[in-house]
Design a protein around this ligand. Sequence first.
Ligand SMILES: [Fe+2]
Length: 118
Amino acid sequence: MNFAQIIKAANDEGSEKHVPDIEIGKGYKSGKDIVRVVVGHDMLHPNTVEHHIAWIELYGVRKDNKQVITLGRAACAPVYSNPNVRFQINQIGDFKSFHALAYCNIHGLWENSLEVAK
Ligand SMILES: [Fe+2]
């Protein structure tokens, strides 16, 4: 088994939703580029000590050389913080795609990708 085989995607979803949604937007006050990653946008994932999304990571792939850049990681405290994070990105035009991972302490690793340029 390799690493890719332990990462789940949309077609692995059951009744609970784990796939991280990725959206690009602008900061409310700053107007700067924001990549927002949310688990449970349409249907909330449980957020208890026993069952929660523990962290989210965001990666970008550069257009020019396909280098993978780790853009950020957010840890979520069960009960008190939701898996809904914003990463302010400089030079967002340098990236061809964004990729997010989310970790549920019960259901494992989940991924999603957003292509922004060829
Ligand atoms: Fe879960």
